[in-house]
Design a protein around this ligand. Structure first.
Ligand code: SF4
Length: 442
């Protein structure tokens, strides 16, 4: 008998990757994907615990699943790791809790629960090697494929749960990453996104030791060069990077590897040295800006995006103005911004001088205005240029498609044919705040 499963994933790109791998493992083991939770034998929530209310939200969502068909309710990811067996007390209907490094064991655990061998299972172990071992088995391969090369983090930024939930940094061996990329490309992938929480501190086991060197690991720039020799890759990206781990060698690789996009996400979070110190980011605003300048000197066509947190505990008007000054100097093509929100069990959650919500909202509005100024400028700069666009999804209107250029800007195109997952040469005709509009040339 085949059992059906429904999966809902919340959170970051790493969670999306894990969610895809969970789907692959289950389908390859005979489970059937179901899109409606009420029709599924197994309901899985794979989620982060970035907000205090994550478990409350999960509780009410699970409360709405009132179906006689439901046999297993599973909670996985960082929220499972953070809650430990408390999850069963808080949400008694949950009968499987699994951490982010255990999902390769799901077929076994689900079969045990479905056949009554066990009533409740929790696994929060760290089986990274085994987990990644199964990652090159996929039920389908998309044109843009994400490959996890690294997981976890040793940086302990005071607002972040990753070091506690995903654990310390782990880099996959070079040979495993290369084999996965080869498999993906052989099965249709054209854009490879090398991912991890702190991807530019990658130090994976070397496939061989270079003569004259006793280094047993490779850095990301060496990995990128090796991957670029695999036939069939059109675009290569990596994310997310930490500013302190950017080396001159990595910057230079952007000139040496043509398929490596001239676009890098380097989160700064704040422009105030005081706040950066409180965040434990391990660099100053000037050191960050100097790195961007050096990167631009080495690689003149490079563009940057960043993340910002406004209203971190203790942030004064002066600190916030330092962030606006940094934005003015950095000139980002694209950015992501958030109001600070408490992540349970992090040092920042215990800081006493939390900022009023209204002030956070006012500062966020000012920051968005400043960031959009540069974004609009760069979008307008694209008008009249020809761009290679990877079409990723349907737009809202009939015959409308949305794709991304190398700078991750959204490009809207009309086509009578389904062009999803294709690269298209496009003339950019106009621009708005958040996207540009193009005409197909091929
Ligand atoms: S570097 Fe990123 S993942 Fe690591 S602790 Fe800081 S915010 Fe979290």
């Amino acid at each position: 008998m085949s059992y059906s499963f429904y999966i809902k994933v919340y959170g970051c790109q790493m969670n999306d990757y894990d969610g895809q791998r969970i789907e692959d493992i289950l389908v390859l083991n005979g489970f059937i994907k179901e899109n409606n939770p009420l029709n599924a034998d197994i309901v899985i929530f794979y989620t982060c615990n970035i907000r205090e209310k994550a478990v409350h939200k999960l509780e009410s969502t699970i409360g709405m699943i009132k179906s006689n068909k439901t046999k297993v309710i599973a909670v996985g990811g960082c929220v499972a790791q953070a809650e430990k067996d408390n999850i069963f007390k808080r949400i008694p209907r949950v009968n499987l809790s699994f951490g982010p490094s255990t999902y390769h064991k799901l077929p076994e655990y689900l079969n045990d629960l479905l056949h009554g061998k066990k009533k409740r299972i929790i696994d929060l172990n760290n089986y990274r090697l085994e987990k990644f071992d199964i990652s090159n088995k996929r039920k389908e391969v998309t044109t843009s494929a994400y490959v996890a090369i690294q997981e976890g983090c040793d940086n302990f930024c005071t607002y972040c749960v990753v070091p506690y939930t995903r654990g310390r940094e782990y880099s996959r061996p070079v040979i495993d990453v290369i084999n996965e990329v080869k498999y993906l490309v052989a099965n249709g992938a054209k854009e490879i996104v090398l991912g991890g929480q702190n991807v530019n501190s990658y130090h994976g086991e070397a496939p061989y030791i270079t003569i004259g060197s006793n280094r047993k690991t490779w850095r990301i720039e060496e990995l990128i060069k090796a991957i670029s020799t695999i036939d069939g890759i059109k675009r290569l990206r990596y994310l997310t990077s930490h500013p302190k781990d950017f080396t001159v060698e990595l910057m230079k690789v952007h000139n040496e590897v043509p398929m490596l996009v001239p676009f890098v996400h380097i989160p700064v979070q704040s422009g105030s040295d005081k706040i950066l110190k409180l965040m434990n980011r391990n660099h100053t605003a000037r050191e960050y800006l100097d790195k961007l300048k050096l990167f631009r000197d080495i690689c003149p066509d490079i563009q940057f995006s960043s993340d910002f947190i406004v209203g971190f505990p203790g942030e004064t008007e002066e600190d916030f103005n330092d962030t606006l000054k940094l934005v003015e100097e950095a000139k980002y093509t694209l950015s992501f911004y958030f109001k600070y929100s408490v992540r349970p069990n992090t040092p920042a959650a215990k800081m006493t001088n939390q900022i009023d919500e209204k002030i956070k909202e006012e500062r966020l509005a000012k920051l968005i205005k400043a960031l959009l100024k540069d974004q609009v400028y760069y979008n307008n700069e694209l008008v009249g240029t020809t761009q290679e666009i990877l079409i990723t999804k349907k737009g809202k209107r009939k015959n409308q498609y949305i794709g991304k250029n190398v700078y991750m800007q959204s490009v809207i195109i009309n086509s009578n044919e389904n062009i999803i997952d294709q690269f298209k040469t496009t003339l950019i005709e106009s621009a708005s705040e958040n996207c540009v509009f193009g005409k197909l040339l091929d």
